[in-house]
Design a protein around this ligand. Structure first.
Ligand code: CA
Length: 229
C-alpha cells in the first residue's frame, strides 16, 4: 500500500518513512501543505498521514481542500498538542483518525492497519484467499499452513493484491500503490516481481491464484471463481 506522509519536521518524517518502509509500505514524504494537496490529487494514495502544523497550508486546510475536491483518501491527523478543538475540527472535516504527538510508532502502525481494514469493510485482521493467508501484524504469509518467506516488495505486492482480490489490477495501478515516487516506470519491474511472487505462492502448491489477464494486468482469484486461464 502506498502512503503520503505530510510532515515538515525532517527528522520525524525520515524516522516514520524508514519505519513504514520496513513494514512494507511505499511512502512519499512532503513537507509543505500546498504541495501535499497536489500530490494527494495526483496519486492514488491508500492513506495520508497529515501533520496539522505545516508551512504553506496547515493540515486542517489541506484536509478541507481534499474533501471539497471529493478526494476521500483516508487521513490520520497528527496533532502536536492535546488540543480537543483541533481534533474535533479534523474529525468533522472527515479525518479518519488522529494521533497526538509524541506517539509510539507501533500505535501509528496499528491505526494504519485498522483504517485500511475499515476501508475494505472487514473486521478480519488476516487477508486471505483460498488457503493462502497474510497477517499484516506479524507479516507472516502462509499457504496451506506452510510458511512462505517474501522480500519486503514481494510482501507489499501480495498485500495490495489481497486487499483487491478478485479485481483486475493494471500495471499502472500496481506501480502507484506498491512503489513510491522514485520508481522508474519505464522498467518491467511489476512483471519481474509478479514472477518472483508466483514462484513462491503458486508454483510449489499446484493451484494457481495469481493470474495474468492479457492486455490488462493481473488478478488474484481462485481458479473456480472464473473461467480457467
Ligand atoms: Ca509540523
Amino acid at each position: 500500500m502506498r502512503l503520503l506522509l505530510v510532515e515538515d519536521e525532517k527528522k520525524v518524517a525520515s524516522h516514520i518513512k524508514r519505519g513504514l518502509g520496513q513494514e512494507g509500505y511505499a511512502v512519499d514524504v512532503i513537507n509543505d501543505g500546498g504541495e501535499a494537496v497536489s500530490m494527494a490529487m495526483t496519486y492514488a494514495y491508500d492513506l495520508i498521514i497529515l501533520d496539522v502544523m505545516l508551512p504553506g497550508k496547515d493540515g486542517i486546510q489541506v484536509l478541507k481542500e481534499l474533501r471539497d475536491n471529493k478526494n476521500d483518501t483516508p487521513v490520520i491527523f497528527l496533532t502536536a498538542k492535546n488540543t480537543t478543538e483541533e481534533k474535533i475540527t479534523g474529525l468533522d472535516l472527515g479525518a479518519d483518525d488522529y494521533l497526538t504527538k509524541p506517539f509510539e510508532f507501533e500505535e501509528l502502525c496499528a491505526r494504519i492497519r485498522a483504517i485500511l481494514r475499515r476501508h475494505e469493510s472487514t473486521k478480519e485482521t488476516k487477508l486471505t484467499i483460498a488457503e493462502l493467508d497474510l497477517d499484516p501484524v506479524t507479516h507472516e504469509v502462509r499457504r496451506g499452513g506452510h510458511r512462505i518467506d517474501l522480500t519486503p516488495k514481494e510482501y507489499a505486492l501480495l498485500e495490495y493484491l489481497l486487499y483487491n482480490k478478485g479485481k483486475v489490477l493494471t500495471r499502472t495501478m500496481i506501480v502507484e500503490h506498491v512503489w513510491d515516487q522514485d520508481f522508474d516506470s519505464f522498467t518491467n519491474v511489476v512483471d519481474v516481481y509478479v514472477n518472483h511472487l508466483r514462484s513462491k505462492i503458486d508454483q510449489p502448491f499446484g493451484e494457481k491464484l495469481l493470474h495474468t489477464v492479457r492486455g490488462f494486468g493481473y488478478v488474484l482469484r481462485e481458479q473456480d471463481a472464473a473461467d480457467k486461464d
